[in-house]
Design a protein around this ligand. Structure first.
Ligand code: HSE
Length: 404
């Protein structure tokens, strides 16, 4: 029997208990031993819930119990999660977590302790919910030099943009729906301002490129400024708007990364990734293109990935599963040097005035928005765009990058 302890009985924690109870036969078979939840840690009581029988309020009980081999951290946030996880690893207990904030900030430290102790710190659920992307990067794509990762990595933002585009719903009401469905973070600012997606692309990039990408170095723009008018222009162009998190290896030692809303055309594999779904597009030098798609947030998809890590840890109780993650920093190039195309809405200018500054552009007009028009400028670096946009005399209403 392998005893585990679950830290946190919130959305994901209760999902972990449910998944283990529902699929205990197949899980035990795959783990090669019986997985038993010996403790659930939470500050609250849950009268009437069977979890009450294994509920503890004091972490020391778990830490000091030599029978506990695996700790599942699903509390979220940095503290006390970091202290609890570090102490568990130092005590020789493997840890499975869904906590992207923890992995993005302390992943290097925690993986190093796990390596030294010959145990494991696994975090499949931290990126893309139930999509098995971490394991794919760690073991299936090891023959490749990966040069691009582009993901729809925040279910809440994707759900909101989809509803706004399909139903014309307003921002606040779709955010409330996403919260009610258990997709959003406790503080949804991280979802709508892009920090959650930024942490996830930092984790995926660190694994793919073998150097640590600090999420705080990533230029991040959220979806709070996207309006129904922007969506209407996207529709007119036969495109859509998605929050993308992307990183690219430009040459052997040059990388860039950003999180921002992008206009996507129908030829993009990410165009049809709607609702709460997430997807991760990967390009490798020998693989070519691959895409991973699935449920990106929510109780059971996330719990499924956490429990899969528990099974892996049960199968490797005293052997560290290697990753390509290193604590050497991955340096990002200045985004001003990065090429792109730009969708821009302007007011109070003529087309020829715009073309004199921007060069040849594709023009879009919407009948119900007199006094303004939009254009897509030809490819140029972001620095060139900024310089030219500065000459548009404050006429720019909004700029959204175009995904090529
Ligand atoms: N709030 C996150 C999202 C949860 O919406 O994607 C999954 O990490």
């Amino acid at each position: 029997m392998i005893n585990i302890a679950v830290l946190g009985y919130g959305t994901v924690g209760s999902g972990v208990v449910e998944v283990i109870n529902t699929n205990h036969r197949s899980i035990n078979k795959r783990a090669g031993d019986e997985i038993r939840i010996k403790y659930v840690l939470d500050l609250r009581d849950f009268p009437g819930d069977p979890v009450q029988e294994v509920l503890v309020h004091d972490y020391e009980v778990i830490l000091n119990d030599p029978e506990v081999a695996i700790v599942v951290e699903v509390m979220g946030g940095i503290e006390p999660a970091h202290t609890f996880v570090k102490r568990a690893l130092l005590a020789g207990k493997s840890v499975a977590t869904s906590n992207k904030a923890l992995v993005a900030k302390y992943g290097s430290e925690l993986m190093e302790i796990a390596r030294e102790k010959d145990i494991n710190f696994l975090f499949e659920a931290s990126c893309g919910g139930g999509i098995p992307i971490i394991r794919a990067l760690n073991s299936s794509l090891t023959a490749d030099e990966i040069d691009e990762i582009t993901g729809i990595l925040n279910g809440t933002a994707n759900y909101m943009l989809y509803k706004m585009s399909m139903e014309g719903s307003d921002f606040d009401s779709v955010l409330k729906e996403a919260q009610a469905k258990g997709y959003a973070e406790a503080d949804p600012t991280a979802d709508v301002e892009g920090a959650d997606a930024s942490r996830k692309i930092a984790i995926l990039s660190s694994l793919a490129y073998g150097k640590f990408l600090d999420y705080e170095e990533i230029y991040t723009e959220g979806i709070t400024k996207i309006t129904p008018e922007d969506m209407a222009y996207a529709k007119e162009l036969g495109m859509t708007i998605k929050l993308l998190a992307t990183s690219r290896k430009v040459d052997s030692d040059s990388f860039y990364a950003l999180v921002a809303p992008f206009l996507l055309g129908q030829n993009s594999p990410l165009f049809s990734v709607n609702d709460v779904f997430n997807a991760v597009f990967i390009h490798g030098n020998v693989l070519g293109d691959a895409m991973f798609y699935g449920s990106g947030a929510g109780k059971l998809p996330t719990a499924s990935a956490v429990v899969a890590d528990v099974v892996d840890e049960a199968k490797h109780l005293h052997r560290n599963i290697m990753t390509n993650w290193s604590s050497r920093a991955l340096k990002l190039m200045d985004l001003d040097q990065v090429n792109g195309r730009f969708f821009v809405r302007v007011k109070g200018m003529t087309v020829s005035e715009v073309q004199n500054i921007m060069g040849p552009v594709q023009i879009v007009n919407l009948k119900n928005l007199p006094g303004e028009f939009a254009f897509i400028a030809a490819g140029m670096t972001q620095g060139e765009y900024r310089e030219k946009a500065g000459k548009l005399n404050g006429s720019v209403i909004t700029m959204i990058r175009v995904k090529d």
